[in-house]
Design a protein around this ligand. Structure first.
Ligand SMILES: [Zn+2]
Length: 150
């Protein structure tokens, strides 16, 4: 009985955290600077310390200088002393991290962590769709610094 109660407690905490990350990623999406693509993206990630960091995409007229929401959030977290990501959420129309973000996420995320991808656009009246990808499944044979002797 006690074990069952503990599992239920943990499950409800996980559900609450997932909902909180989605809510914060949606808030961050509102700050996206995307005058060129008009494709706003928001991200939120839970780190080992329990702190949550958010990010949005920030574009530039020199397109190559633009930055994705996920990497913005990762760099904010790392520059605040975080080294381990526990859960990540990305919100956009057909949201899913790009290849560059996947490699950066792999560098800092727990392999068992989930990337919560929320297909959602604030201006569309469609219901959001959520899929979860395990971090260990983000890339096929990713660049592994330990195998490269780094
Ligand atoms: Zn990206």
């Amino acid at each position: 009985m006690t074990i069952r109660r503990e599992k239920t407690k943990r499950k409800s905490w996980a559900v609450k955290m997932k909902n909180k990350l989605i809510e914060l990623a949606k808030k961050a999406q509102k700050h996206a600077y995307c005058p060129y693509s008009r494709y706003p993206v928001g991200a939120a990630m839970l780190c080992e310390s329990g702190r949550i960091y958010t990010g949005c995409n920030v574009e530039n007229a020199s397109f190559g200088l633009s930055m994705c929401a996920e990497r913005t959030a990762v760099f904010k977290a790392v520059s605040n002393g975080e080294k381990k990501i526990r859960e990540i959420c990305v919100v956009a129309k057909s949201a899913t991290p790009c290849g560059a973000c996947r490699q950066v996420i792999l560098e800092f995320a727990d392999k068992k962590a989930n990337v919560i991808c929320v297909d959602w656009q604030p201006l569309e009246k469609k219901k959001e769709k959520i899929i979860q990808i395990r971090v260990s499944k983000l890339l096929y044979r990713p660049f592994d610094p330990s195998e490269a002797g780094l």
